[in-house]
Design a protein around this ligand. Structure first.
Ligand code: GRF
Length: 209
């Protein structure tokens, strides 16, 4: 008889409303950790008082906060964040609306298993204002990208993308809400497939087995 594989351990990092985190929580609860292939073991943030942390607490998960301003240098913050995440021994770390660029120490520990979701079709419109920038540019389609994090800003190998049409009447918030509907489904699908199937990164290509 084939042995069932242990569910992969996920740490999710958030900075805001946490609806992507909620989509992961709901899917794990509805599907079961074994069938989904992963369980969320902790949620971390770079700030207090956000709905993302409240969602984790309501789900009974441990949380931690690692704020840049509590550390002397950015490198010290990065090392502290890496240590806080490492304490939960994750297989994968998911940045779900985590609005910070991690540094060398974090990537030394979690490079190749740190997944981010970005609200634009990379390599177009990287950075903190992907939705606003696509709208201002006059693009007719945009979307979301789930990718591995490397040492650039939204430059790591792409795992999956979802396309969203831009409507004439869109403002940033309406467009972002429609992107997030696609993004939540994409993130849940990608994280589950990475966890269940395993993957390898070949240069810029991600091959899910
Ligand atoms: C997502 O669109 C993510 O790509 C962006 O911020 C949003 C986070 O949404 N960086 P939420 O906190 O998961 O609701």
């Amino acid at each position: 008889m084939a042995e069932s594989q242990a569910a992969k351990r996920l740490v999710v990092l958030v900075s805001g409303s946490g609806t992507n985190l909620q989509a992961l929580l709901d899917t794990v609860a509805a599907t079961g950790t074994e069938a989904y292939g992963a369980e969320i073991v902790a949620v971390g943030a770079d700030r207090d008082g956000i709905e993302g942390l409240a969602r984790a607490e309501r789900a009974g998960l441990p949380t931690f906060v690692c704020r840049v301003k509590d550390h002397g240098t950015r490198a010290e913050w990065d090392a502290a964040l890496a240590g806080a995440v490492a304490a939960y021994e994750p297989d994968l770390v998911v940045s779900a609306g985590f609005m910070k660029i991690v540094g060398k120490e974090f990537l030394a520990l979690f490079g190749g298993r740190f997944v981010n979701t970005h609200p634009a079709l990379l390599p177009s419109f990287p950075g903190a204002h992907g939705v606003r920038d696509a709208l201002a540019y006059g693009a007719r389609v945009t979307g979301c990208t789930v990718h591995f994090v490397d040492d650039g800003v939204d430059t790591g190998p792409i795992i999956a993308q979802g396309v969203v049409e831009i409507r004439d009447e869109d403002d940033e918030s309406a467009l972002h809400e429609r992107i997030k509907e696609v993004e939540r489904r994409l993130l849940v699908d990608v994280v589950g497939r990475l966890a269940r199937n395993g993957y390898r990164i070949e240069g810029r290509k991600v091959v899910i087995q």
